[in-house]
Design a protein around this ligand. Structure first.
Ligand code: SF4
Length: 267
């Protein structure tokens, strides 16, 4: 007889942290074990075969015209629509569904434009792990997998974070680095140790105690995390560090040299 598994996902996510964001960890947790991400949970399907629980990473589309009509809404190799969750320095943060291939400037218009009419500085186009792209570059490209990849980032979850000219890129990276440092489950040495090293180095730069060699060391630590961990959190922690330094190196260097922020208007 099949058994139904019931649980409150919000409560579970609060208790178990980022590990719950990975389907394998979620399923392991529901099965009664510690919610560690797994490389290949071979035994999992057998265990879950006796339950009514299905854990999937899915995006679905309900469209009366069928698959072909749905795909035609996008552009070649990037069919269909995608829901973008736009947050940050825009007038109307929210979820917007648009055909893939729509210019980013159109999405920005849907979100009410830049808050207070300020200038766009940076966009993280696909969730916090997606490499940041300079604002002027984003204004010239479209929201689809190929275009964003060509610009050096990824569409990922579609969580678009828009930052205006008052944002300090060092402080922004500090927040991201702290998040991944806090969320590392500690199974893999590169992630467990590296996220802490990166967070503490970015914190040192933000606090005015950065050293000239810190940027190269940060890149080196990120290189040694990416691709060397069990789950994607290692990559997710490394990619923002490399992209922020690559695209806003002058701000990091200013922090290190002058021991203060290049963006005095930051609040
Ligand atoms: S990459 Fe990080 S979060 Fe993922 S399993 Fe390894 S230590 Fe845990």
């Amino acid at each position: 007889m099949k058994t139904a598994v019931r649980f409150n996902p919000l409560t579970a996510i609060r208790r178990l942290g980022v590990a719950m964001l990975f389907s394998a960890a979620m399923a392991v947790s529901v099965a009664g074990a510690h919610a560690d991400p797994l490389v290949t949970p071979q035994w999992l399907n057998e265990h879950l075969a006796d339950t009514d629980l299905v854990v999937l990473d899915i995006r679905s589309a309900i469209d009366g015209g069928g698959a072909q009509a749905y795909a035609a809404k996008g552009k070649p190799n990037n069919g269909g629509t995608k829901i973008f969750s736009v947050s940050g320095d825009v007038e109307c943060p929210g979820n917007y569904e648009i055909p893939l291939g729509t210019p980013f400037s159109t999405l920005l218009e849907l979100a009410g434009g830049m808050r207070g009419g300020r200038k766009i500085k940076a966009v993280i186009p696909g969730g916090s792990s997606a490499p940041v792209i300079r604002g002027d570059v984003m204004l010239d490209i479209s929201m689809d997998y190929d275009a964003i990849a060509k610009a050096g980032s990824m569409l990922g979850s579609g969580a678009v974070i828009v930052m205006d000219e008052t944002r300090c890129m060092v402080k922004s990276l500090l927040r991201l680095s702290y998040f991944y440092y806090e969320e590392s489950c500690g199974q893999c040495t590169p992630c467990r140790e590296g996220t802490g090293w990166m967070y503490r180095m970015v914190e040192r730069i933000e606090d005015g105690h950065g050293r000239p060699e810190d940027l190269d060391v940060l890149n080196s630590v990120a290189d040694n995390i990416q691709g060397r961990t069990i789950c994607a959190l290692g990559d997710a922690a490394a990619m923002p560090v490399r992209a922020f330094i690559k695209n806003y190196r002058e701000e990091f260097e200013y922090h290190i040299e002058h021991r203060q922020c290049l963006v005095p208007a930051y609040v």
